[in-house]
Design a binder for this molecule. Structure first.
Ligand code: NAG
Ligand code: NAG
Length: 516
């Protein structure tokens, strides 16, 4: 057995996620020009230590939810909740990046600033759609009277104008059981001749619900129905709804605030839930057939998806979580937050599977490969299987194994542990000793997450994407995923160590670098 050194965990005060930054300009000065000027002048001061190599990030400052994710004129556009002025959350703008392949991202100017009465407290989350060759975005305007939905239009996909009809949806468009202070995150789509939008609101009973509106022109909207109401266990409020058809089912993905824990599920403060079923479009109601947590790691929230020209349904998420300490902010790195690797969605046995977008293969540089290596009650490293950024692809046979374990991003003192217990059939990711300690407001355990994974012919397959401060693990072809951020503190943390209690046969093991 490899014994881990015991660590005394420092009690770190929970950083308030909503915190006034001293260098941010006053609200009346929050223009696009000011934001872009600040970014140009300061982005070179951002510390590189934990910056990711192949994930979408902002050049400087804080980001959260992905917004306006769309395939437009041959390119993928990604907007995001953005405070350029500091590494903590503050009055939201929309940052903007685009990509030809979902792997190489090009930074674009800030798209929206909180410069109107109806969005003075923040240009909150929303989505994008193409109409008459123009790019329309629909977002939530946050203001002292509540949350309203607004439209901005762009001819070139870069510069936006907010329409004079704003807000296009306000408190008067809400059903009687809704609270106007929590009415947000419009995800717009077209179906037949009509545009629809799903948004969320908090009910007077402090639960989440998804609202459906329809429109002929994206400007004049009519309330259609409450698509789905949440139970008490499903959180005190829902966020970021996304409704689409996939392989002849209707899929609703949303993010639930304070979803109740159940078994190994929903252990973070907030969770992403998939609902699979059928929408009755006459009634505007969703009949749910199955419900599941979409990712079982620590850092996966506020998903948004697009459909591209190859008919692929691709989802991306904010690779962080609320209610936690954010190491890059605490360590004055000048930035916080990133997006996950974009993932292609499919259905298998009534649930979503996620696989990394195929284009990432072009960035893989083969390093080494092993076949049929048996480990019996031993630990060991493989020649050249080491690195901070790369992809580890392995298939193991566990017929005679008790426990199989991989230590990732390891050095003498730190490691992140992925282990599979052949008795409980649980795969666990434990970042307790991975580096900078991350404190969280949830009930313990804060830093270990697990998921039951059945074997297929006594085998388990793992595809592990490592980046400078993240791990994304795709299990059994994407049936499960675990996404987790880590912040090793030592100069190098590139050891990958394998360990078996009982006999594990590593059927195949490939290691590749990821270089853009
Ligand atoms: C609030 O909850 C109570 C008790 O479950 C229920 O009777 C009532 O209809 C709910 N109100 C609304 C507006 O949904
Ligand atoms: C490991 O799990 C497999 C599949 O459930 C089982 O057949 C096998 O007996 C287990 N091995 C050990 C050593 O417990």
């Amino acid at each position: 057995m490899v014994l881990l050194k015991m660590f005394v965990i420092p009690q770190i005060l929970i950083y308030l996620t909503i915190q006034q930054s001293s260098c941010a300009p006053r609200s009346s000065d929050l223009t696009i020009e000011r934001a872009n000027e600040f970014i140009t002048q300061n982005k070179n001061n951002v510390k590189q230590t934990y910056r990711l190599k192949y994930h979408a990030m902002a050049p400087i400052g804080w980001i959260n939810d992905p917004n306006g994710f769309i395939y437009f004129r041959g390119e993928y556009h990604l907007f995001y909740q953005y405070n350029p002025y500091s590494a903590v959350w503050d009055t939201m703008h929309w940052g903007h990046a685009k990509s030809k392949d979902l792997v190489h991202w090009e930074e674009l100017p800030v798209a929206l600033a909180p410069d109107q009465i109806y969005d003075t407290d923040g240009v909150f989350s929303g989505s994008a759609i193409e109409k008459d060759g123009k790019l329309y975005v629909m977002y939530t305007g946050n203001n002292p009277n509540g949350q309203v939905q607004c439209i901005a239009v762009s001819e070139d996909g870069i510069h936006f104008e907010k329409v004079s009809e704003n807000p296009v949806l306000d408190a008067s468009d809400l059903p009687s059981n809704a609270q106007p202070q929590d009415f947000r995150d419009p995800k717009v789509f077209k179906r037949g001749d009509l545009y629809y939008v799903v948004t969320v609101s908090k009910t007077v009973n402090e639960t989440g619900q998804v609202l459906l509106y329809q429109s002929a022109d994206l400007i004049n909207w009519e309330f259609k129905s409450i698509l789905l109401e949440g139970t008490k266990e499903q959180g005190i409020m829902w966020e970021c709804p996304d409704l689409f058809e996939l392989e002849s089912k209707d899929v609703l993905i949303l993010s639930a605030i304070q979803m109740a824990r159940s078994g190994n599920d929903y252990h973070n403060i907030d969770s992403v839930i998939e609902f699979i079923g059928e929408v009755d479009w006459n009634e505007g109601k969703m009949k749910v057939e199955s419900i599941k947590e979409l990712d079982h790691g620590h850092d996966f929230y506020a998903t948004q998806s697009l459909l591209d020209d190859k008919d692929r349904r691709i989802v991306i998420a904010w690779m962080n979580m609320w209610g936690r300490t954010f190491p890059t902010a605490i360590l004055n790195q000048g930035w916080t937050g990133a997006m996950t690797l974009p993932r292609e969605l499919h259905l298998k046995n009534g649930y979503l599977t996620q696989t990394p977008i195929a284009e990432i293969a072009n960035a893989l540089q083969h390093v080494t490969e092993f076949k049929d290596v048996t480990l019996i009650d031993q630990s060991g490293e493989f020649n050249q299987v080491a690195g901070e950024v790369g992809m580890l692809d392995l298939v193991v046979n566990l017929e005679e194994a008790k426990l199989f374990k991989i230590e990732l991003r390891a050095n003498e003192n730190e490691r992140t542990i992925l282990s599979y217990d052949n008795e409980s059939k649980e795969l666990t990711i434990d970042r307790t000793n991975s580096g900078v300690y991350i404190a969280g407001g949830e009930n313990p355990p804060v830093n270990a997450r697990k998921i039951e994974v059945p074997q297929e012919n006594n085998e388990l397959s793992l595809q592990i994407f490592l980046d400078q401060s993240s791990l994304e693990i795709f299990v059994n072809g994407g049936l499960e995923t675990l996404t987790t951020t880590i912040y090793p503190t030592e100069e190098r943390s590139e050891i990958i160590l394998f360990y078996s209690e009982g006999k594990t046969v590593i059927k195949s093991l490939k290691f590749s670098k990821i270089v853009l």
